[in-house]
Design a protein around this ligand. Structure first.
Ligand SMILES: C[S@@+](CC[C@H](N)C(=O)[O-])C[C@H]1O[C@@H](n2cnc3c(N)ncnc32)[C@H](O)[C@@H]1O
Length: 286
């Protein structure tokens, strides 16, 4: 039984907001199936348009990102986060950093300016392969993590855990909570800093989006063996890219229930259209 369903079974009081959050083996199977689907979709994104799937800038789809600009945005983002960390006086030491959902290592690479080593993990092999190739010579490593936990890492090993533009793509709200729990587990107590971004609101999908014709057609035709790049470039069919959120107050209550100390919450970044987002800066008492 994975951590998600262990907690479901243990806590009857937490609102069960998503349809996978049942107790017992059904939840495990449903979570595993949802994770497999997400892994397939991100592997596809990683092979057909990795940079645009990471930052969906209008006009830069179909391979139009320039890699230098892509890295620069990563450096700016980590510089901003580390400046907040500096105000907070954390992390106490700067040995090991973890970038959850690293993609091609945009942020993992930028973290090496501040930490002796950084580790990027991602569900998709196609992303990890490119991250390893593109970031040779930087003190970072890249590992596939396609389970509902971070069991490949021991407790209390990272000075800094960061994730941006990832939790929103996890297939269930329960899985988002599970990973927040895992981030705190692998974080060093008394001096480690966790910073995670997560939308606080995503508007309901339009009817057209709900039908997901372009993603269904992509899945069906690629299963028949049609070339995924042709489906994407010529027929404008796309792999799934799911969007999830948790309201801010629910995240704060959840962090409180885990015994975490919330140091700062920044809103306003990573927002577009009606999507609202927050970045939570959190530490773990010893
Ligand atoms: C929008 S990209 C962001 C990449 C990176 N954080 C950045 O900002 O450059 C989302 C990444 O999350 C990864 N991802 C999605 N679900 C994941 C999961 N369950 N575990 C780990 N990584 C995941 C995807 O493969 C993809 O590389």
């Amino acid at each position: 039984m994975g951590p998600a369903s262990r907690r479901n079974a243990a806590s009857g009081s937490r609102p069960q907001r998503d349809h996978f959050a049942r107790t017992g083996i059904d939840a495990d199977r449903a979570t595993a199936r949802a994770l497999r689907g997400a892994k397939q979709a991100w592997n596809d994104w990683g092979s057909i348009d990795p940079l645009w799937s990471i930052i969906t800038h209008p006009g830069l789809q179909h391979g139009r990102w320039t890699i230098g600009e892509f890295w620069r945005l990563g450096e700016d983002e980590i510089s901003h986060v580390m400046s907040t960390a500096g105000h907070l006086g954390l992390p106490a030491t700067r040995d090991e950093a973890l970038d959850f959902g690293c993609g091609v290592g945009r942020l993992t690479r930028a973290m090496t300016r501040y930490f002796s080593h950084s580790t990027g993990v991602d569900v998709a092999e196609s992303m990890i392969d490119q991250a390893a190739r593109l970031n040779q010579g930087y003190p970072c490593r890249f590992l596939v993590n396609d389970t509902d936990n971070l069991a490949q890492f021991k407790d209390s090993v990272f000075d800094f855990v960061y994730t941006a533009l990832v939790l929103q793509h996890l297939p269930t709200v329960d899985l988002i909570r599970t990973f927040i729990d895992e981030f705190l587990r692998v974080l060093k107590p008394d001096g480690g800093l966790l910073a995670f971004q997560l939308p606080t609101y995503v508007p309901p999908r339009s009817l057209r989006n709900r039908l997901r014709l372009r993603t269904r057609a992509f899945a069906a035709l690629s299963a028949l063996g049609l070339d995924k790049r042709v489906l994407y470039d010529r027929f404008k069919l796309v792999p799934v890219m799911q969007m999830n959120f948790i309201p801010k107050q629910e995240v704060l209550t959840y962090l409180g229930s885990l015994g975490a100390s919330i140091l700062e919450v920044q809103c306003g970044k990573f927002e577009f259209g009606e999507v609202a987002s927050a970045t939570y800066f959190v530490t773990k008492p010893g």
